[in-house]
Design a protein around this ligand. Structure first.
Ligand SMILES: [Zn+2]
Length: 244
């Protein structure tokens, strides 16, 4: 069976259009939270831009991305930001919050062996998206923010090596969305080397292995696939070591 996990259409930090996103998932994703879009994973669409509807952030202590749950739809309340986020719908079925909350609790109670997998895409600006990779849903809480109850989902970034093997990625290797938004504006949505606007990718100037961080815009830039490849060729074609 072809595995969606092992054959992702994109590399982490690829910049894509909304059309490419929906084509890759073979469905029109309108909601932020999309439970079990196929047997192997769910999809979250996230956005932390100014005026964005949901507060998502990285928690450095737990090495997790915290994703806030969804408000009630406007046919239930005309002030969705003022009422509790819901676990179940009026007809008694689980909301998307409820499905993910149940999945996280099942993992914590050892009812399922592996945490629920979520593929994350983030919005850079209208029509511009970035593939953020796979995350494990390791916890979920219902918190009172002083006014109402909201859901918090705790996602751990992972790199999937094979169906049985995955590696947890430290938070400082994940480029936060606000850094991507800043870099996109600074580099004007183009490859910094050749000016191309196609097949773009967020590139680390100094690789992680050499101490580069992804937490500031200074070390991140936009490169097209071609310039990115010629960069790695340069690293591979180091001058030969001459033995006497
Ligand atoms: Zn280029």
């Amino acid at each position: 069976m072809k595995s969606f996990l092992l054959n992702p259409k994109f590399e982490v930090d690829d910049i894509i259009s909304y059309t490419e996103l929906t084509a890759a998932e073979k469905m029109n994703l309108q909601k932020g939270m999309n439970f079990n879009v196929n047997p192997e994973y769910s999809v979250f669409l996230m956005s932390v831009r100014k005026g964005a509807p949901y507060a998502d952030k990285i928690d450095e202590k737990t090495n997790t991305l915290i994703y806030e749950g969804h408000d009630v739809p406007s046919n239930i309340s005309d002030k969705p930001k003022e009422v509790d986020q819901q676990l179940i719908t009026p007809n008694g079925s689980l909301t998307e919050n409820g499905k993910f909350y149940t999945a996280a609790q099942s993992y914590k109670l050892n009812l399922i062996k592996h945490p629920h997998r979520i593929k994350v895409y983030e919005k850079i600006q209208n029509g511009v998206w970035c593939y953020k990779g796979f995350y494990n849903l390791i916890d979920a809480k219902i918190e009172n923010d002083g006014k109402r109850n909201v859901f918090k989902f705790y996602l751990q970034p992972v790199e999937i090596k094979s169906m049985k093997k995955e590696v947890v990625i430290p938070f400082n290797r994940v480029i936060p969305t606000h850094v991507k938004v800043e870099v996109w504006a600074r580099d004007k949505g183009r490859c910094v080397k050749c000016g191309s606007t196609e097949n773009l990718h967020y590139d680390h100037d100094l690789p992680y292995s050499k101490g580069g961080t992804s937490l500031t815009a200074e070390n991140v830039r936009i490169l097209c696939m071609k310039c990115n490849l010629s960069k790695s060729n340069k690293i591979l074609s180091l001058p030969p070591i001459l033995f006497p």
